[in-house]
Design a protein around this ligand. Structure first.
Ligand SMILES: Cc1cc2nc3c(=O)[nH]c(=O)nc-3n(C[C@H](O)[C@H](O)[C@H](O)COP(=O)(O)O)c2cc1C
Length: 361
C-alpha cells in the first residue's frame, strides 16, 4: 500500500534540478541562503557509488540544506533499495530515481532515460525503493525517447510507475535521443512539448506532476503552475541564482523578507572558512558556485573575474569578496528579492541598512 497518497506528499511548487558537477553540497548551501523553501536535489549518485564508495563524502550534507532529495542512478531494484537504506541515516527528505539522463556512460549501465523503454522495471525499482523508506520516492523522466515518442507511450509509462506507488513525477518536457545526441544537445535540440505534460496532469489529476525544461523567469513559473503542481528549474537557477530570491514569497506564501545579496555573501564567508579549515581544500570549490550571483547586473564581470582568477589557498575570503563587489551598485547589493519582480524587490528593499554588512564596501 502506498503510505503517501498524493494529497499527503509535500508539494514543492519550485525545485532546483539535479545537475552533475554543479548541485553539490556547496552549491546547495549557497542556494539555501537565497531560498529556504525550494526543494534542492543532489547530483545523480549511482547505486554502485553509494554501495561501494565513500558514503560520508558522497551523501553527507549540511542540515541547512533541507528540504533535499537524493537522486539515485540505477537499474537494479535491489541495488536501488539498498542505496535508499544506506542513505537513510543521512536524513534525506526524499529519494528520486533518474530516468531522464541520456549520457553514454549512463546508457552503458542501462539506466537513465533508456529505462523509459522498460516501464515495468521502473515500477519494480520504485516499489523496491518505497519498501526501503517511508519518505517520498519520486521519478524524474523525459516525455519519451527515440522510438517511444508519443504522448500515449509516456502516459502508459507514468500509469505503470504510478501503480507502483510513486509519490511524484518530474517530467522534462522533451524526449531524449539516445545514441544520437550528446547530453548537452539532448537538453537543447529535441523540441519542448509542454502541452504533453499539461495534458498528463489534466488526464491523471490524482498524480503530483512537475514540469522541467527551459523555465527561466517568475512569469514562466507562474504560467506553468496554472497547469501542473510544480516547476523544476535547472540551468537558469545555476546561472542566475537570484532568480530564486523571491520564490519563497511568490510561490510558498512565505512572509519573511529574503536576504539581500550582501547578506548572502556575508553568510558564505564563515562557511567557506570552515570548509577550508576542516578539509584543507581550496575555497574555490565553494566560490565557483557563486559566480552567477550578480548575473545581468552592473559589476558582474569584475565579480566573476575576482572569484575565478588566481586565488591563494589561504586567501582572506572576506577581503576577496569585499574586493569582488567593488563595482556592484549598493542598491543591487542591498535589495532583497528578485530584481525581475520589481514589486517584491521594492517592498523588501534593504539598501538603507546594508552598510552593516561586513563584506559591504
Ligand atoms: C550540467 C548539467 C548536469 C545535469 N545532471 C543531471 C543529473 O545528474 N540528473 C538529472 O536527472 N538531470 C541532470 N541534468 C538535467 C537537468 O536536471 C534538467 O533536467 C535539464 O537541465 C533541463 O532543465 P533546464 O532547462 O531548466 O536546465 C543536468 C543538466 C545539466 C545542465
Amino acid at each position: 500500500m502506498n503510505p503517501h497518497p498524493a494529497d499527503a506528499v509535500p508539494v514543492y511548487r519550485v525545485s532546483v534540478a539535479p545537475m552533475m558537477e554543479y548541485t553539490d553540497r556547496h552549491c546547495r548551501y549557497f542556494l539555501r541562503r537565497i531560498t529556504r523553501r525550494t526543494l534542492l536535489y543532489t547530483e545523480m549518485i549511482t547505486t554502485g557509488a553509494i554501495i561501494h564508495g565513500d558514503r560520508d563524502y558522497l551523501l553527507g550534507f549540511h542540515p541547512d540544506e533541507h528540504p533535499i532529495s537524493l537522486q539515485i542512478g540505477g537499474d537494479d531494484p535491489d541495488a536501488c533499495a539498498e542505496s535508499v537504506r544506506l542513505a537513510s541515516s543521512y536524513g534525506y527528505d526524499e529519494y528520486n530515481l533518474n530516468v531522464g539522463c541520456p549520457s553514454d556512460r549512463v546508457q552503458e549501465g542501462a539506466f537513465g532515460a533508456c529505462l523509459m523503454a522498460d516501464p515495468d522495471r521502473v515500477a519494480r525499482i520504485v516499489a523496491a525503493m518505497k519498501s526501503a523508506t517511508d519518505k517520498p520516492v519520486t521519478v524524474k523522466h523525459r516525455i519519451g525517447i527515440n522510438g517511444r515518442e508519443s504522448y500515449e507511450e509516456m502516459k502508459q509509462f507514468v500509469e505503470t510507475v504510478a501503480a507502483a506507488g510513486v509519490d511524484r513525477l518530474i517530467v522534462h518536457a522533451r524526449i531524449a535521443v539516445l545514441g544520437g545526441l550528446s547530453p548537452k544537445e539532448n537538453r537543447a535540440i529535441p523540441p519542448l512539448r509542454y502541452a504533453d505534460v499539461h495534458r498528463l496532469k489534466r488526464e491523471l489529476p490524482h498524480l503530483v506532476i512537475e514540469i522541467n525544461g527551459q523555465i527561466g523567469s517568475h512569469e514562466q513559473m507562474r504560467e506553468q503552475l496554472r497547469y501542473v503542481d510544480g516547476v523544476m528549474i535547472g540551468r537558469a537557477a545555476y546561472d542566475n541564482p537570484w532568480l530564486l530570491a523571491d520564490v519563497d514569497r511568490a510561490f510558498y506564501h512565505e512572509r519573511r523578507v529574503p536576504l539581500s545579496r550582501a547578506e548572502v555573501i556575508e553568510q558564505m564567508v564563515p562557511y567557506i572558512e570552515r570548509y577550508r579549515h576542516e578539509t584543507g581544500r581550496h575555497p574555490r570549490a565553494v566560490l565557483r558556485h557563486m559566480l552567477g550571483l550578480f548575473a545581468f547586473q552592473p559589476g558582474t564581470r569584475r565579480w566573476k573575474q575576482a572569484l575565478s582568477g588566481r586565488i591563494d589557498h589561504d586567501v582572506d575570503v572576506a577581503a576577496l569578496l569585499r574586493d569582488a563587489i567593488r563595482a556592484i551598485p549598493p542598491d543591487v547589493l542591498g535589495a532583497a528579492g528578485s530584481p525581475g519582480d520589481s514589486s517584491n524587490a521594492r517592498s523588501g528593499d534593504r539598501s538603507a541598512d546594508s552598510s552593516r554588512v561586513a563584506v559591504q564596501r
